[in-house]
Design a protein around this ligand. Structure first.
Ligand code: 13P
Ligand code: SF4
Length: 394
């Protein structure tokens, strides 16, 4: 049997939490949900959510990411991808409570972009993101030391995907970099290579290797050989100083467990089953899947593409299943199928359900603030620099 020792690989310091149980301060998500949740079988849940929301009135603003369950989306004041929701949160200074039906890193970003007087609330603290957990602050600091040692830190601009903890965003801000989302990754990379200051000939892209590679190769015309993969579980990231010096994109070895499921086989299979089908995938999918697709884009892009599609057209969508199901229901005149044969929900997004939403809203209506997400001042300062750089991208 192969051991970690023979592979020269360090075991992950961050075993995934058993969902919704226990606590891991190293994880971007957190702890047990306090309080008594209503029973999921309670037939009055919808009415209770309506009553509590009405009682709160303008004081509460509910944001819903596109991957949330229908039962939660029904109560969202706005829906969107992570970029749109960050802007929407920043654009609501009058709301006392921002209830973020998304995942932990999104709520952190909303806290950073809203005022001290506003409380950002995540209805279930176990709603984290396994991709964000793949880059810890210690690992990234160690990586920067490796780049410094190789003599390339001075010419490297960090670009971090929104799907990262506030600590990683602060690292990015501290080192003159920007945040990006799947809808503006191309602009963020163009900025980093053209205007990221004197240090502009390399990007350290965190933590999603696929979004980094797909954007560099598809949108910026780089060769896959311009990219190297930094593995935080290997000494020096598994790279030599020469490899680091030769690379243009240093990709962190992280991925999305949901989008990572789509394969070239799923694309070939759906093309054989549905002649003429348009394959549309999220850029968090592997490069070979993206290369075989007809179109690639963020969740907002996918929604707009289907809105604009002619009646009778057929589409296979490679993104989270809650969204694909809603799109299929909204467009009965088009054939919209899920790209994979296997069910593919984001299990952490799905942590937020009606019982958690009811518990949150009723607690707020009783004057009790629960599950508040608060980023400490220093982290907030540097993370905000990186987020504001993103919001200012042309
Ligand atoms: P967007 O919301 O940027 O499309 O990203 C999808 C995602 O995986 C969110 O966690
Ligand atoms: Fe994270 Fe992927 Fe879920 Fe998005 S879909 S929250 S990237 S695990």
């Amino acid at each position: 049997m192969t051991t970690t020792e023979t592979l020269d690989v360090q075991p992950t310091p961050l075993a995934l939490l058993l969902l919704g149980r226990e606590a891991d301060p190293r994880s971007e998500r957190g702890v047990n949900c306090p309080g008594d949740l209503p029973a999921p079988s309670d037939p009055d849940l919808v009415e209770r959510a309506r009553t509590a929301k009405a009682k709160l009135g303008e004081k509460v603003f509910i944001l819903g990411h596109h991957y949330q369950r229908d039962e939660v989306i029904e109560f969202a004041d706005v829906t969107g991808d992570s970029f749109k929701l960050a802007r929407d949160a920043a654009g609501r200074p009058e709301a006392e409570y921002i209830v973020f039906c998304g995942v932990h890193f999104m709520a952190e970003s909303a806290d950073i972009l809203t005022s001290e007087a506003q409380a950002v609330i995540l209805p279930d603290l176990a709603a984290g993101c396994s991709m964000a957990d793949m880059a810890t602050a210690e690992q990234v600091a160690e990586c920067w030391d490796v780049l410094t040692e190789a003599g390339v830190a001075d010419v490297t601009v960090p670009v971090s995907y929104m799907n990262s903890s506030a600590d990683i965003k602060a690292f990015t801000g501290r080192h003159g970099g920007t945040i990006c989302t799947s809808s503006n990754a191309k602009r963020a990379l163009e900025w980093a290579f053209a205007e990221g200051g004197p240090r502009q000939n390399k990007v350290l892209f965190l933590p999603d290797q696929h979004l980094g590679r797909n954007t560099a190769v598809r949108d910026l015309g780089f060769s896959p050989d311009d990219c190297v993969l930094y593995n935080p579980h290997k000494p020096n990231g598994g790279l030599t100083a020469e490899q680091l010096r030769a690379a243009k994109m240093i990709l962190w070895r992280g991925h999305c467990s949901v989008h990572g499921r789509f394969s070239l086989d799923s694309v070939e299979d759906v093309r054989a089953r549905i002649p003429g089908v348009n394959v549309l995938v999220h850029p968090e999918c592997k490069h070979e899947v993206v290369a075989a697709a007809d179109q690639v884009g963020s969740t907002e892009y996918i929604i707009k593409a289907l809105d604009a599609a002619p009646a009778g057209s057929a589409w296979a969508i490679g993104t989270e299943l809650n969204l694909v199901r809603r799109l299929a229901k909204a467009h009965p005149d088009k054939q919209i199928v899920f790209l994979d044969k296997t069910v593919c929900f984001c299990s952490t997004m799905n942590r937020i359900d009606l019982p958690h939403l009811v518990w949150t809203l009723e607690s707020l209506a009783d004057g009790k603030v629960v599950n508040r997400i608060q980023v400490d001042k220093e982290t907030e300062h540097f993370a905000k620099l990186a987020l504001e750089r993103m919001l200012a991208l042309p």
